[in-house]
Ligand binder design. Structure first.
Ligand code: DC
Length: 220
């Protein structure tokens, strides 16, 4: 059984997917982390986000792997655990920029499909229900207003002690939404058969309860 959760940055996908997976004993796959790992490789090599040719060459020359250690997803770049380096704003921007390229998406597709073929997974991303797992039994499209998403991200950054303003974050979210939704290959959009949930005025528990109910109904 595969569950696909798609939606824009900050809609709560990863928190909700992780929690739901834990509750029902499925494996959580964070596909954003997979793209982020490749983006980190590009940053480390000093490649510009506009240089598609060099980015394609990075794709061919690095090894991106995913492992589970103590139930947590660990991203390996050429064998090195890079979990601590892939959550910066610099990596977020680079990831959104390079994920428009065909070679980047092709490089990472098998990794995602192979995990889903062998396990019960809840996989979150942008194109899971539409492209990676078009036959997923359950598809969820999570949204929230830009204001809500910016506020959530602002609070996360505050907790980490990172200086920023809500206005900067809103602008960043709008730019990422635009890029993710308007790219040519596998853009972010709701699959026709996905259930849309607007999480703006919902708690994490309310959203996970709603998704668990949908999964249980599908299983029965
Ligand atoms: O979910 P996230 O914020 O970690 O994703 C970072 C970027 O990766 C996002 O802006 C778009 C890209 N991405 C993608 O193109 N396809 C996916 N399945 C997951 C992420």
């Amino acid at each position: 059984m595969n569950v696909a959760i798609d939606g824009p940055a900050g809609a709560g996908k990863s928190t909700i997917a992780r929690k739901t997976a834990y509750n029902i004993g499925y494996i959580y796959v964070d596909t954003g982390a997979i793209y982020r790992t490749l983006a980190l490789a590009c940053i480390r090599r000093g490649v510009s986000a506009e240089d598609e040719e060099k980015i394609s060459s990075v794709c061919r020359n690095v090894k991106v792997e995913l492992k589970y250690i103590d139930g947590g997803q660990v991203m390996l770049l050429d064998g090195e655990n890079v979990n601590d380096y892939i959550r910066t704003e610099e990596v977020s921007r680079m990831t959104s920029s390079i994920s428009v390229y065909k070679d980047v998406r092709e490089q990472l597709i098998d990794l995602q499909r192979n995990i889903a073929a062998n396990e019960n997974v809840i996989m979150d991303g942008r194109d899971i229900g539409t492209f990676v797992l078009p036959n997923a039994e359950v598809k969820i499209y999570l949204t929230a207003s830009v204001a809500t998403r910016a506020k959530r991200r602002y609070m996360e950054q505050q907790e980490k002690g990172i200086e920023c303003t809500i206005e900067e974050i809103e602008k960043d979210i709008e730019q990422r939404d635009y890029r993710d939704m308007n790219r040519e290959i596998a853009p972010l959009k709701k699959a026709d058969d996905a259930v849309e949930i607007d999480t703006s005025d919902m708690t994490i528990e309310q959203v996970t309860d709603a998704i668990e109910k949908i999964i249980k109904e599908k299983m029965s």
